[in-house]
Design a protein. Structure first.
Length: 220
């Protein structure tokens, strides 16, 4: 098993290399360490190695482990990257610093209500169903402009688009399509790319890469 600090430095080196090829600044790319399913004791070494931005898939799992970690370590930024149920919107707004999975009008309504109640507005990415896969979350491509309009009307700070390309297919065309949809809608942040393809995503404009197994090892 590779040491967490070594894994982290390798990923940052790969980010810098991909950014250089794309003539971008590495500092323009945020690494989200995806800590879903991993216990606090597996996360601690990465925090000690300097990582401060983490991603979780489920609100309840994050609630169980992150409040204690945040008490012990400062400046942690926590991102929700998994699907969000409307009835968990308030819990998500209370705990997370960014939400990557806004994908439907009912969630716009739930988040707007939670923002008003808690007095904080959390930046959001609209998740796009880039591969037109029914089993995955995400707003259909044709409905993105309408959903963005609803979110803006509800005063939800949408900062970009997110996608998860189809498994086992070349991801580059999907990343390029997401970048085009974002540009067409006046958005410049792109949450795309995971352990197997984050370097490709960076070359196609990713501003946030979601890396799990390259940092934590394969999940059992």
């Amino acid at each position: 098993m590779i040491e967490p600090a070594t894994a982290l430095s390798e990923v940052y080196a790969n980010i810098a290399k991909a950014a250089k090829i794309a003539r971008r600044e590495p500092s323009d790319i945020e690494l989200l360490a995806i800590s879903k399913t991993h216990p606090a004791e597996a996360i601690e070494p990465l925090i000690r190695a300097g990582q401060r931005v983490f991603g979780e898939n489920r609100v309840q799992e994050a609630q169980a482990k992150w409040p204690a970690l945040m008490e012990t370590h400062d400046a942690i930024s926590l991102h929700l990257v998994g699907q969000l149920q409307s009835n968990k919107a308030e819990d998500a707004v209370r705990l997370f610093d960014c939400i990557h999975s806004l994908d439907r009008p009912s969630l716009v309504t739930a988040l707007a209500k939670a923002f008003d109640k808690l007095g904080r507005r959390v930046p959001c990415f609209v998740q796009v169903d880039i591969g037109e896969e029914e089993q995955k979350g995400g707003c259909p491509i044709s409905e993105v402009p309408a959903l963005l309009g609803e979110a803006r009307e509800a005063d939800i700070p949408v900062i970009g688009l997110m996608c998860v390309p189809p498994l086992d297919l070349e991801p580059a065309p999907y990343f390029a399509l997401l970048a085009k949809i974002a540009a067409d809608n006046g958005l410049d942040k792109l949450s795309m790319g995971m352990s197997s393809d984050y370097e490709t995503a960076i070359m196609l404009g990713a501003t946030h890469v979601r890396v799990g197994s390259a940092l934590f090892g394969a999940r059992s």
